[in-house]
Design a protein around this ligand. Structure first.
Ligand SMILES: C[S@@+](CC[C@H](N)C(=O)[O-])C[C@H]1O[C@@H](n2cnc3c(N)ncnc32)[C@H](O)[C@@H]1O
Length: 504
């Protein structure tokens, strides 16, 4: 482990424009692994802990991405003639073509002579983030070397493949070593559209290294979360929960709703470690049952969870009837359920998907399972884009129901604030307000209807009373002797009732 003090010195230089006089963090020896970021004082939920700026950043330029974005400002470019005319093989906008950053990039890549400089090549564009390390200052380069780099067999492949795209790729061992090391640091500590570090329902399209963030260790229930400033691409890290003085500030390298086994495999294979956090050590994941499936015994409706955590192929155990199942057996159930749900998620009808999730899926997969959570998230995302074939009422009810379901699972897991939570809270509030308005409008309509009925009744009564009064007045005005020949004047109903009672 590189000394935390040296790491702090280099980070101080990098963060000079942002670091406050009384920083809420320091680099220390971690109980989790190597160095870590520690809280220098108690932090309140939501408080900004630090702002980090990218030491390296470039386009992710993966095949599926469009390559017509400027390599300096990252803005989308018009479809044609976006490649630099100087022959460096980089896409650049007119404005950035004149900037110092592009001149440095352009001089470097031109000297390597790209094979086809007029054609946007994802390998070349993707390498730019790595190649920029060559032109950093000594302190900045030292900072890269100070960060952890898991050197596996593949970390040299990227530079080796990129070399084939240039006629005069450098052969200097030192230059190649800087690039290989940068690739390893980016893979261990950096951001890339390919990695799962953009776990919190926010998109990050670039490949980047945020050096302070790079020292943060992983916890499956992180106590911090981050956002990006769109203009500067700076990262802002906030407390997800209240954090005690001296506690380690953690982040998560995985998606929040991945189950124990999938998280274990991801962390082991991509990040080279086994997580021992409390969530990973609990087969029920704090009773959130994200990986749970139903018992295979048709007479039992119990939940089945892995017997032991931290194994790629554990046996599974029914919590109700205690029947054991092999991992292969349970994976068959999971695969069947995932297939059925994903087919509906990919189907065109949002209404069918919602009906399926509300009425059918719970018969073969528990609502807490991550496949259902993912499907509900997909529904909410689709609803944000438009209601498709859902009625206004169904869309609103679904927003309320699914947002609550997902937040309930977040609460069970003990997850604090996150981008996802604030997105859900906002949507829930809006949907609840809509529902309340609708109820109020219905109540008002009902009240109006009642009032109208009442008025009608009153009018009817009024007319009847007026009729009575008129006939009473008429009978009073008529002398007793002048009774019509047909007999006495008709008695009003109330009077006749009174007469009947008297008679009785
Ligand atoms: C981004 S670095 C974190 C900072 C690192 N501890 C250091 O000293 O520079 C990522 C590496 O830290 C280690 N690490 C992070 N979180 C861990 C955890 N929860 N358990 C075990 N190792 C962890 C792993 O070796 C991982 O590849």
């Amino acid at each position: 482990m590189i000394c935390p003090k040296r790491t702090s010195e280099l980070l101080d230089l990098h963060l000079a424009p942002f670091k406050d006089k009384d920083p809420a963090w320091e680099i220390g020896v971690s109980k989790i692994a190597g160095r870590g970021v520690m809280a220098t004082r108690a932090l309140k939920r939501g408080e900004i802990i630090f702002t980090d700026s990218p030491l390296l950043i470039g386009l992710a330029a993966l095949e599926e991405d469009s390559l017509n974005a400027c390599s300096v400002c990252f803005k989308a470019l018009p479809d044609t003639r976006f490649m630099c005319r100087q022959g460096c093989g980089l896409p650049v906008c007119n404005l950035c073509g004149k900037k110092k950053q592009h001149k440095t990039d352009c001089d470097l890549f031109k000297s390597w002579a790209p094979n086809e400089p007029d054609v946007a090549n994802s390998v070349i564009i993707r390498l730019l983030c790595v190649a920029r390390a060559i032109n950093l200052t000594k302190d900045q380069r030292d900072l890269i070397y100070c960060l952890q780099a898991n050197l596996d067999n593949n970390h040299r492949t990227e530079v080796r493949n990129a070399a084939k795209c240039f006629k005069s790729f450098p052969t200097d061992k030192k230059v190649i070593e800087i690039m290989n090391r940068t690739v390893a640091v980016l893979r261990t500590d950096g951001f890339d559209k390919t990695t799962d570090r953009t776990n919190d329902n926010q998109e990050f399209f670039y490949r980047a290294l945020f050096p302070l963030f790079a020292v943060m260790n992983h916890d499956c229930i992180p106590n911090s979360y981050y956002t990006f400033d769109e203009k500067t691409n700076n990262m802002i890290v906030r407390a997800a929960v209240d954090i005690a003085e001296g506690a380690e500030i953690t982040t998560t390298y995985t998606k929040l709703f991945t189950g124990n086994i999938a998280r274990h495999l991801f962390l082991k294979m991509k990040k080279g470690f086994s997580c021992k956090c409390p969530r990973c050590s609990d087969p029920t994941e704090r009773n959130a049952f994200i990986s749970a499936l139903y018992c295979r015994d048709t007479n039992c409706s119990g939940l089945v969870v892995p017997e032991i955590t931290g194994l790629p192929h554990p046996n599974w155990n029914c919590l109700a009837c205690k029947q054991k199942s092999t991992h292969a057996q349970m994976m068959k159930s999971q695969d069947f359920a995932s297939g059925a749900i994903n087919a509906k998620v990919n189907s065109n009808s949002l209404r069918t998907l919602v009906q399926y999730l509300n009425e059918k899926s719970d018969s073969f997969i528990p609502n807490s399972n991550y496949v259902i959570i993912d499907a509900k998230m997909a529904v909410l995302n689709r609803l944000n884009q438009g209601r498709e074939d859902c009625s206004l009422d169904l869309a609103n009810e679904t927003r309320v129901r699914y947002s609550r379901d997902i937040m309930e699972i977040m609460d069970k897991l003990g997850l604090g604030d996150s981008i996802l939570r604030s997105q859900l809270e906002t949507k829930l509030r809006q949907a609840e307000e809509k529902q309340a308005k609708k109820l109020q409008a219905e109540a008002e309509k009902q009240a109006k209807k009642l009032a109208a009925e009442q008025q009608k009744k009153q009018q009817a009564n009024g007319q009847a009373e007026a009729g009575e009064a008129a006939s009473e007045a008429a009978s009073e005005a008529t002398p007793a002797t002048s009774e019509p020949s047909g007999g006495p004047a008709p008695t009003p109903p109330a009077a006749s009732a009174a007469a009947a009672t008297e008679q009785a």
